[in-house]
Design a protein around this ligand. Structure first.
Ligand SMILES: Nc1ncnc2c1ncn2[C@@H]1O[C@H](COP(=O)(O)OP(=O)(O)OP(=O)(O)O)[C@@H](O)[C@H]1O
Ligand SMILES: [Mg+2]
Length: 250
């Protein structure tokens, strides 16, 4: 990202305890230690805020002792994401950004329209275009952002696929992120990304799924269950999207 002029949190590669000690000192003993691969839903991450070095080293050991990064703790105002798609001929289309709320490292809600300054939306869209063409990418990508003070936008994470924060598109757009991905990889024209409704997507995490019956009774809500046999705490069991007319203001 940084090589392409895209801002991220400050970070250091961490491969051993001495590297971690140096990085902790640079970041004032605050930051997020992350495994470099296979992390999701906050798994493979430990947050440090004024954490003593010995405890941080213990956390590194628990993450495997190497192949991690330490990111500085970003004092963001909000989080949002943009789902973009690039076709074989280089055409790029982006859905409207969603404002995302996470709890315990797990995405809980994605709301569209996001309450964002125009400048932030413009920056984020340009960033997605840069990433897609730099990677010569074909398909759908999810790009997660932090909105910081003075409308500054940082990239948090890229997901080279359809993304949970884009699940609202199946309910609120003529063409979902899933169809858009198939169109892109099959060499078909990309569809319009416009919305026919405002949307609020909620993940059903663990026993939230027990509310499915009540959710089904809502007249303007689309429910999607994943059919997982066992309900476990912290496991994503499904999601639903509440729709409201475009004329409704947040
Ligand atoms: N450097 C940071 N500063 C502040 N908060 C952070 C930072 N990194 C991550 N977070 C918080 O933790 C959440 C999860 O982090 P991240 O998106 O890196 O991980 P993930 O577990 O791979 O998530 P996903 O399930 O989206 O793939 C972020 O959405 C954000 O709320
Ligand atoms: Mg993420």
């Amino acid at each position: 990202m940084n090589d392409h002029g895209i801002a991220t949190a400050d970070f250091r590669a961490i491969d051993d305890a001495s590297g971690l000690r140096l990085a902790m000192s640079d970041f004032g003993n605050r930051g997020v230690l992350k495994t470099r691969r296979f992390g999701y839903d906050g798994k493979g991450q430990v947050v440090f805020s004024g954490t003593p070095h010995a405890d941080a080293e213990q956390a590194l050991t628990e993450l495997g002792g190497r192949d991690c990064i330490l990111e500085s703790l970003v004092p963001f105002e909000s989080e949002f994401s943009v789902i973009g798609a690039r076709a074989a001929d280089g055409t790029v289309r982006c859905y409207d950004p969603s404002e995302n709320i996470h709890r315990d490292g797990i995405l809980r809600t994605s709301t569209v329209p996001a309450l964002l300054p125009e400048a932030a939306i413009d920056q984020a869209t340009a960033v997605v275009e840069t990433i897609l063409s730099a990677l010569d990418y074909i398909g759908v990508i999810g790009v997660e952002f932090f909105l910081c003070s003075n409308d500054k936008v940082l990239v948090n994470e890229i997901a080279p696929r359809v993304h949970n924060s884009g699940h609202w598109t199946e309910a609120a757009c003529m063409t979902s992120q899933f169809e858009q991905h198939v169109r892109a990889v099959c060499g078909w024209p990309l569809a319009s990304t416009s919305r026919h409704s405002n949307a609020e997507m909620h993940n059903l995490v663990g026993h939230d799924v027990d509310e499915a019956g009540q959710i089904l009774a809502e007249p303007a809500t689309v429910l999607h269950l994943y059919g997982k046999a066992e309900t476990r705490a912290g496991r994503k069991m499904g999601h639903f999207t509440r729709l409201t007319p475009l004329s409704h203001r947040r």
